[in-house]
Design a protein. Structure first.
Length: 659
């Protein structure tokens, strides 16, 4: 007799709970006759979906709660020819459930075992306890229930299988009849993964092997076994009539509907009930000769080969789809990561830009540059002669600039205005003195100080002597700020001298600079400035409207009765004149050394301008009580002297105290 060469799924253990049927069956295990399988050529024939079976077995799961009533186990058997010309015996197991029960409510495991060593007597049926030691069954149930973990419910079936494989139940040590236990014969399946056979999948079926016929069937497990050279009739008979113990285990899953409220376990045994026998001489309701069996086997094999070919094609297509899906998923994950980094980087750049924009908005200003020692940009006389003229000139200039911005560039009207005026200290002071606009060069220092202190954003800068000193400062400031984004606009007050045209020509083709620069024209404008593309403006009430007219001092010489003493010809700082533009009196050496006298021949001193309010308050504070003055022996012209209580006093204050 040929022996089995392979077992694809040798162990069948099924976890179910069973209750007696409402419809009574003749036996616990029933076959094709009970479920009304059709007969073809005196042979039972049952097709379920794509599977065609020689025989069917059905058993109820006993002793279960009412909620598990009508739960059944169905087994179908078939024999086909493999591609290696081997006969393949296939057992398919199904779970039968009532029509009103949803598989979503069924949670638990089905644990399959190898057939036990003992068998039912031929043509008889019974229960598991007839062929398996009841103590072994109780031990199996105890180990399985102990392995349940409600915390990790998705892995409970694997836990149950591992626990049974590792167990050493004394009553099960001779389970196979050859001295071996159940350790190598356990296979567990989750019930929550089942899917009922739909009506469209069974449209061509001529058999529905379940009672009642309204119940549902869900495939549980495929067990296959092959023989070298084909099975003998006895091998086929033994395989068809083998007993499969199934441990059924139902449990309640939290946060979901359940068919049971607590764990239910039951051991059931299923066996195909067939009238077929390998002995052809024994009378039976139906017989199967060897020739007929081989012919029937060939027909089944052809059908199975077609089904296998279809399954292989479907498996190949499914594999392609899975690979494409895996590639698409990886690409999508990569895109997600890249997009996440890109989005994060974009958010970082957006935050940096917003901070930079906010900082630029907070630091923005309008710049005013004035060449203050040029004829066209000398402030009006009243600003130089007034006690606080520098402050008034600064505020009036700022107001005129603000008016221009509100009219022409309203978006810049509220920005701070930074004003920088540059002048040659020596040349401008001498020019103003010689033009009788100020009395002494020191008055220009007072004017510059008041102009600068009028606002924290204004400066009147007195540079050293030399015609180009102020020019260099203005050019440097323009180059520094014209490219600064916080400098929103530049008002350029140096249009009297064509030398600045060379500076502006470098930016005449840059629209962004042309838009941000306005030329402030005075009463005289260099010819080449009109050829540039910059906008221009004028400003009334701040600067002189024409060149300074310098008058020669009128000298009268008295007729002395005696020879007058010779007059010194050395010029003083009060008679020295100079102008950046060559304007100012050009007097002879005699006029420079002349001294003003009246008709009586007495010297006439120039009157001093009224001191500023701040200077008067400072003087009153210093003379509030008797002052002891310590005068150092030094040059008194423009010098200062220390005082113990009030600090340093200038010469004018010392002379007043002495008087």
């Amino acid at each position: 007799m040929p022996s089995p060469t392979g077992l694809v799924a040798p162990l069948l253990v099924f976890i179910l709970a069973f209750q007696a049927l409402a419809q009574e069956l003749d036996d616990i295990i029933v076959g094709c006759d009970a479920v009304q399988c059709p007969v073809v050529e005196d042979e039972h024939h049952c097709q379920v979906g794509n599977d065609t079976f020689l025989d069917i077995g059905l058993t109820r799961i006993p002793d279960v709660p009412d909620s598990l009533e009508d739960f059944s186990i169905v087994q179908g058997v078939s024999i086909t020819k493999t591609t290696k010309e081997e006969d393949l015996f296939t057992s398919v197991y199904y779970l039968g459930t009532p029509q009103n029960v949803s598989l979503d409510e069924v949670h638990g495991c089905a644990v399959f075992f190898d057939p036990p060593g003992r068998k039912f007597p031929e043509n008889t049926t019974g229960t598991c306890s007839d062929i398996i030691d009841p103590k072994c069954i109780a031990g199996i149930q105890e180990v399985a229930e102990s392995a349940l973990s409600y915390k990790y419910i998705d892995g409970i079936c694997r836990d149950v299988q591992d626990a049974l494989e590792d167990s050493d139940i004394v009553a099960c040590r001779n389970y196979t009849g050859t001295g071996e236990g159940i350790e190598r014969s356990v296979f567990a399946i989750r019930l929550s993964n089942l899917t009922n056979i739909e009506a469209k999948e069974n449209a061509t079926s001529d058999c529905w092997p379940i009672l009642p016929k309204s119940a549902n069937l869900a495939p549980l497990f495929y067990a296959m076994r092959s023989w070298d050279g084909g099975p003998s009739l006895q091998s086929a008979f033994d395989e068809v009539h083998k007993v499969t113990p199934i441990l059924t285990l139902f449990m309640a899953k939290s946060n979901s509907k359940n068919v049971v409220s607590q764990t239910v376990s039951q051991m059931s045994c299923i066996q195909i009930e067939s009238t077929w026998t390998p002995d052809t001489s024994v009378a039976a309701p139906r017989t199967l000769l060897a020739e007929d069996f081989q012919g029937h086997l060939a027909a089944i094999q052809a059908a199975e080969e077609a089904r296998v070919a279809w399954l292989k094609g479907f498996a190949g297509q499914l594999s392609d789809v899975v690979n494409k899906y895996r590639d698409a998923t990886r690409d999508l994950d990569s895109e997600k990561v890249a997009r996440r980094f890109s989005q994060q980087e974009a958010e970082e750049w957006r935050a940096k830009f917003e901070r930079l924009q906010k900082s630029m908005d907070q630091s923005s200003f309008v710049l005013v540059l004035i060449d203050a020692d040029a004829d066209s940009y000398i402030f009006k006389d009243e600003y130089y002669s007034a006690s606080d003229g520098g402050r008034k000139a600064s505020l009036n200039l700022r107001d005129r600039v603000r008016d221009f911005l509100q009219s022409e560039r309203p978006e810049l009207a509220n920005l701070p205005i930074v004003m920088k005026a540059y002048a040659n200290e020596l040349g401008l002071s001498q020019f103003l003195v010689s033009s009788n606009i100020i009395n002494t060069p020191h008055d220009l220092l007072d004017f510059a100080k008041d102009f600068t202190q009028a606002s924290e954003t204004t400066d009147f800068v007195l540079v050293g002597s030399g015609k180009d000193r102020a020019d260099k400062k203005i050019q440097g400031a323009f180059k520094q700020f014209v490219g600064n984004p916080t400098c929103r606009h530049v008002i350029f007050g140096a249009c009297h001298d064509n030398s600045y045209v060379r500076l502006l020509e470098d930016y005449a083709n840059d629209d962004s600079v042309v838009e941000r620069v306005t030329l402030l024209h005075g009463f005289a404008v260099g010819r080449e400035f009109h050829q540039l593309g910059f906008k221009s403006m004028t400003m009334d009430g701040v600067f002189r409207e024409g060149p300074v007219q310098t008058e020669r001092p009128q000298m009268r010489q008295p007729q002395p009765t005696s020879q007058p003493a010779p007059v010194s010809t050395t010029p003083t700082w009060a008679t020295a004149v100079g102008s950046k533009n060559g304007l100012g009196p050009q007097e002879s050496d005699g006029a420079k050394s002349a001294v003003r006298v009246n008709t009586a021949g007495q010297r006439i001193d120039e009157s001093l301008r009224e001191p500023s309010q701040r200077a008067q308050e400072n003087w009153k504070h210093k003379t509030a009580k008797k002052v002891e003055v310590q005068i150092l022996s030094r040059d008194a012209q423009g010098g200062c002297f220390p005082n113990e209580e009030f600090g340093w006093l200038n010469l004018r204050e010392v002379m007043k105290i002495k008087t």
